[in-house]
Design a protein around this ligand. Structure first.
Ligand code: GLN
Length: 214
């Protein structure tokens, strides 16, 4: 099967692993550059993005640039692998990690600059902190996909190379794709609908063959 890493620094790693294994993927938990090197695609789970960011630097998966070159995006094995074509699915905190701009980042927190979007963390008011909904994502699934929002971010702006995969009825953007980089505000792994994971695995199968002919 296709080899999928789940970034396992923090967050709901186990739930993503269960969905991916149900769909036939070989799952590796990724906590180091060596583990990352063994996978064809990566899922970045929900959790808490500023903690995930700190742990990504501690493990050497991400190297923050010194302030002098602060205008460029962070580097390191994880962002470099994605820039070199490794498909990635970032959900909730994972989407925040992928973003070019985080409007209300925690001190020291930066986005990896792998998705040309601006995200706003914890964008839903307290009453709507957490909710489930049926989301139409025509590119992903013919059926509405049941998903959970948990202290979710919103995509406030998306560059012209970014395709919107899903919006709430009020028009707010909650799922996006830029080539092999997919991000969503919500948790698709908690509600028993595998549509977005299937879509991601198809993207990985599309690129993995070329890289793995040997
Ligand atoms: N609020 C979290 C953050 O800022 C994201 C929540 C989630 O991943 N469910 O990272």
């Amino acid at each position: 099967g296709v080899r999928i890493g789940v970034l396992a620094l923090q967050g709901d790693v186990r739930e993503h692993r269960a969905v991916l294994e149900r769909l036939g993927a070989d799952v590796t938990l990724v906590r180091s550059p060596a583990e990352l090197a063994a996978v064809d695609g990566l899922v970045m789970p929900g959790g808490e993005s500023s903690t995930m960011w700190r742990l990504a630097k501690l493990t050497g998966l991400v190297t923050d640039e010194p302030a002098a070159v602060g205008a460029s995006s962070p580097h390191g094995p994880l962002p470099d692998a994605v820039r070199n074509g490794m498909p990635v699915l970032g959900t909730c905190a994972g989407l925040i990690m992928l973003a070019a701009t985080i409007t209300d980042a925690a001190p020291g927190q930066r986005g990896l600059g792998l998705l040309d979007v601006t995200v706003h963390r914890n964008a839903f008011g307290s009453q709507l902190d957490s909710f489930e909904t049926d989301l139409l994502m025509p590119a992903v699934d013919d059926e509405p996909v049941r998903v959970a929002f948990i202290r979710a971010p919103i995509v406030e702006a998306a560059g012209e190379d970014v395709e919107v995969l899903g919006k709430l009825p009020d028009g707010r953007i909650v799922a996006v794709q830029q080539g092999h980089v997919i991000g969503c505000s919500f948790h698709p792994e908690l509600t028993g609908n595998d549509g977005l994971h299937r879509y991601f695995l198809d993207a990985v199968r599309g690129t993995a063959g070329a890289a793995r002919v040997a």
